[in-house]
Write a protein that binds this ligand. Structure first.
Ligand code: HEC
Ligand code: HEC
Length: 480
C-alpha cells in the first residue's frame, strides 16, 4: 500500500467519523431490519414446525414440579448451587436479591462508569474478559440445569463439581481480574485474556464431567406423553399393567393379594367396581395413586412422594384407563378396543415379538422384573425369559407340555418335590386366571420351540391339511 492510498483511506475514515452515524434514523433502521427478519423467522418456525403442546395445566395439582423457562434456567441452577454452600447458602437474599441487583446496577451504570473512548480490544481487556466469563457461565449453568444438585444416592460429589464449574472458578477469576486491573495497573491485556481462556476451559471441563457422571434421564423420568384419548387409554393400560397388576390384578378384581412379598394373603377391596369408581372422583383417584395407602401396603406412586415414581400426567392416564375400562358410565372408544395381539389362525405359531411380549407385559411383568425379592424369574426380555428363574431348567422346555410355565398358567400348581403337601410354584398369575386365547398362545409358543421373530414363527407354522382333522393347539395335560 503506498502512502497516497493510505492517505486516501485515512481521509475517508476521518470524513465518516466526522459525519458520524445518527441514532435516528440510521441505527433504528438497521435495528428494524434485523428485528423484522427475526420476527419472520419466528412466524415461519411457529407455522411449520411448532412446539408440541403439554398436557393441560391443572391448578389443583400438588405434585407438579415447576420449572422456569429455558432462558432462566441458569439463574435457577445458580440458586441451587448457591443453596448448598454451608452457612452462606442459608442466607437466601444474597443470591436472590443482592447478586442480581448488583449485576443490574452495574449494567445500568456502565455508561457512566466506563467512559473510555477506546474501542480497540486490548484497551478493553477487563470488560471483555468479565463478559466472556459471564456468557460462558450462563451457557454452562443452563446445560447443567437438568442435573440434580444432590444425586439420588445422596452423594454430594455432583453438586460440588457443579459448584466448582459454575460458581467457584468464574467467581474467583473475576475477583482476580478486578484486583489485577485496579491494584497492579500495568497488567497486560494478554495476561487477562489468557486467564479468561484458562478459566473457561476449566469450567467447560468440570461441566463436562458433571454431565458425564450425572444419571441419564430414563424414559420413565421423562414421562409418557399421550395426547389423544385413545393414546391416553393405551398409555394408562401399560402403566397400570406394570405398576398395579401385582396387587390389584390385570382386571382390578383382586380381593386377596397373592405372590407379593409382605402382603401375602392381605384382603383388599376390588378397585374395578362402583364402590371405588363411583365414590372417588378423578382427582381423588389420582390422589390415592399419588399418595398410595402407605399404612395398608400400597406405596406412593406420585413423584412428590417417590422420586422414581409416576408423573402427574402418567397418573391421569391410569385414571382415564380405569374409567374407560371399568366404569360403566364411560364408553370405551372403538379404536381403543384393539386386541392385545393379532388373533392366531389354526396351526399358526405365535412369536415373542408379536404375541408373547404384549401378554407378558400385561399379565406377568409387574412381578417378574428386577427388584422383586420373592422370585428370580425375570420376564423383561426374550433372553431372560429363557434363562432365568430358580427352576430355569424345568420352566420352559421346548415341546414339553410339562414345562412348569405351561402347567402354572393352566391352573396346575407345581408341588414341592421335597414336601408334596407344599407348593413349589403356585398358579400364575397368582391373582387371576388368564383368558383361554392367551393360554392357547403361550402353549403354542413353547410347544413350537419359542420363536422370537415373526419370520421364525412363520417357518414353524404348519397349515393343517383339510383331511387330518384339527391340528393347531396341542393338548396339554398335567402329569400326576
Ligand atoms: C404393593 C401392592 C399394591 C400396588 C402395587 C398397588 N396397590 Fe392399590 N392398594 C393396595 C392395597 C393394600 C389397598 C387397600 C387399602 C385399604 O385397604 O384401604 C389398595 C387400594 C387401592 C385403591 C382403593 C382405595 C380406596 O380408598 O378404596 C385404589 C383405587 C388403588 N389401590 C389403585 C391402585 C393403582 C391405580 C395402582 C397402580 C398405580 C395400585 N393401586 C398399586 C396395594 C397396592
Ligand atoms: C402377583 C405377582 C405375580 C404375577 C402377576 C405373576 N407371577 Fe409368576 N411368580 C410369582 C412369584 C412370587 C413366584 C415364585 C414362586 C411362588 O411364590 O409361587 C413366581 C414364579 C413363577 C414361575 C416359576 C419360576 C421359577 O423358575 O421358579 C413361573 C414359570 C411364573 N411365575 C410364570 C408367570 C407367568 C407366565 C406370569 C404371567 C402370566 C406370572 N408368573 C405372573 C409372582 C407372580
Amino acid at each position: 500500500m503506498d502512502d497516497e492510498t493510505k492517505q486516501k483511506i485515512k481521509e475517508r475514515y476521518q470524513r465518516q467519523v466526522n459525519r458520524g452515524e445518527r441514532f435516528w434514523p440510521d441505527s433504528i433502521f438497521k435495528d428494524l431490519i434485523v428485528s423484522l427478519a427475526i420476527f419472520t423467522l419466528l412466524i415461519l418456525l411457529a407455522t411449520f414446525i411448532g412446539v408440541a403442546s403439554e398436557p393441560k395445566a391443572d391448578p389443583s395439582d400438588t405434585s407438579y414440579i415447576p420449572r422456569p423457562e429455558w432462558y432462566f434456567l441458569f439463574l435457577f441452577k445458580f440458586l441451587a448451587i448457591y443453596g448448598q454452600i454451608p452457612v452462606l447458602g442459608k442466607i437466601e437474599w444474597i443470591a436472590t436479591v443482592l447478586v442480581p441487583g448488583i449485576a443490574m446496577l452495574v449494567l445500568t451504570l456502565l455508561p457512566f462508569i466506563d467512559r473510555t473512548p477506546n474501542r480497540y480490544y486490548t484497551k478493553r481487556a477487563l470488560p471483555i474478559s468479565i463478559m466472556a466469563l459471564v456468557v460462558v457461565d450462563i451457557i454452562l449453568l443452563t446445560l447443567m440445569a437438568d442435573v440434580p444438585t444432590v444425586s439420588e444416592n445422596g452423594s454430594k460429589l455432583v453438586g460440588w463439581l457443579q459448584a466448582v464449574a459454575g460458581l467457584a472458578i468464574p467467581g474467583l477469576t473475576m475477583i482476580a481480574l478486578f484486583l489485577m486491573a485496579f491494584a497492579f495497573k500495568n497488567i497486560s491485556a494478554k495476561t487477562m485474556f489468557w486467564m479468561t481462556a484458562i478459566a473457561s476451559v476449566l469450567m467447560i471441563g468440570f461441566t463436562g464431567s458433571v454431565l458425564a457422571i450425572a444419571p441419564k434421564p430414563t424414559a420413565t423420568a421423562e414421562g409418557t406423553v399421550a395426547t389423544t384419548l385413545v393414546d391416553q387409554i393405551f398409555a394408562g393400560q401399560d402403566l397400570y399393567s406394570v405398576n398395579c397388576t401385582e396387587c390389584h390384578g390385570d382386571d382390578g378384581k383382586v380381593t386377596k393379594i397373592e405372590g407379593v412379598k409382605g402382603l401375602e394373603g392381605k384382603e383388599i377391596p376390588p378397585i374395578n367396581g362402583h364402590d371405588v369408581l363411583y365414590t372417588l372422583d378423578d382427582a381423588s383417584l389420582a390422589e390415592v395413586i399419588a399418595y398410595g395407602r402407605p399404612d395398608a401396603g400400597m406405596n406412593p406412586f406420585g413423584k412428590t412422594y417417590n422420586p422414581a415414581g409416576l408423573s402427574k400426567s402418567e397418573i391421569d392416564y391410569i385414571v382415564i384407563f380405569m374409567r374407560y375400562t371399568w366404569d360403566d358410565r364411560f364408553e370405551m372408544p372403538a379404536e381403543a378396543l384393539k386386541p392385545l395381539f393379532p388373533p392366531l389362525a389354526e396351526g399358526e405359531v405365535p412369536s415373542y415379538d408379536v404375541h408373547i411380549q404384549p401378554i407378558v407385559k400385561r399379565y406377568c411383568l409387574a412381578c417378574h422384573r428386577a427388584g422383586k425379592e420373592n422370585n428370580n424369574f425375570l420376564m423383561d426380555s426374550y433372553e431372560n425369559i429363557l434363562s432365568t428363574g430358580d427352576n430355569k431348567d424345568k420352566d420352559i422346555i421346548a415341546g414339553d407340555p410339562n414345562s412348569y410355565f405351561l402347567q402354572v398358567i393352566q391352573g396346575h400348581a407345581i408341588p414341592d418335590p421335597k414336601d408334596p403337601t407344599k407348593t413349589l410354584i403356585r398358579t400364575m398369575p397368582p391373582n387371576s386366571q388368564l383368558k383361554p386365547n392367551i393360554v392357547d398362545a403361550l402353549i403354542r409358543w413353547i410347544m413350537a420351540g419359542m420363536p422370537r421373530t415373526a419370520e421364525d414363527a412363520a417357518k414353524l407354522t404348519v397349515t393343517p391339511a383339510p383331511a387330518t382333522g384339527p391340528a393347531g393347539t396341542p393338548s396339554v395335560t398335567p402329569t400326576p
